[in-house]
Design a protein around this ligand. Sequence first.
Ligand code: SAH
Length: 241
Amino acid sequence: MTGARRTAWAGGVAALVLSSCMSPGAADDEARFARERERLVARDLRGEGIRDERVLAAIGAVKRHEFVPLELRAQAYVDRPLPIGDGQTISQPYVVALMSERLAVRPGDKVLEVGTGSGYQAAVLAQLGCRVFSVEILPELADSARQRLHRLGYDVAVRAGDGYFGWPEEAPFDGIIITAATPQVPEALVGQLREGGRIVLPLGGDDGQRLVVGTRTATGLKLEDVGGVAFVPMTGEVRRK
Ligand code: SAH
């Protein structure tokens, strides 16, 4: 009896020692996340047709697990959108890659984002070498994204406000990306795009959305349809039009 209990106790100590040695520390977590990120890039992005090597490298470098709520970290490198609070979502990595690719930006380009959310898309654009200006309509989200981006070392300017009006003081932009669905392309944003610059956005409403790329020409916008998407709606002024 006693012997059996002692054995069990000794086994308990052994298990305890073992588990404390093997406890997944922060470094282990980072290594695991890095492997998951690599797999995501290979299988869900490259494997699904994303070709731009710079975009693939940027997504391979940005720590998406830092942009999702703690309790969802284990799913950070699954290719799907995740809730980030306030009824909003961080976009699916494939869609972030596709939009970044279609924006066709170069290092040093000045980019406006409408819909900061978690700040992830902004971080990917900053990782691509862009100077990023991002507007978020929900002040709490704008604050947390600004803090997160700065903590992670991304030099992104975040402003709380209605992105419908753009960021006139910083215009013109080489590229504009809207990450919430809008029934029409906001006129003010077209005006803040340089000629030859691109705007990428989910266009549409409850009856369906299309990812669209607009290229600013001398006379207006040349639109190209990329495919079906599902984004949260853009709110604010655009709903009063
Ligand atoms: N780009 C984000 C995902 C955005 S979800 C990311 O990488 O995590 C869409 C975001 O757009 C939400 O945070 C929502 O609050 C914001 N949004 C909706 N309408 C807006 C508007 N008119 N101006 C600025 N932000 C807006």
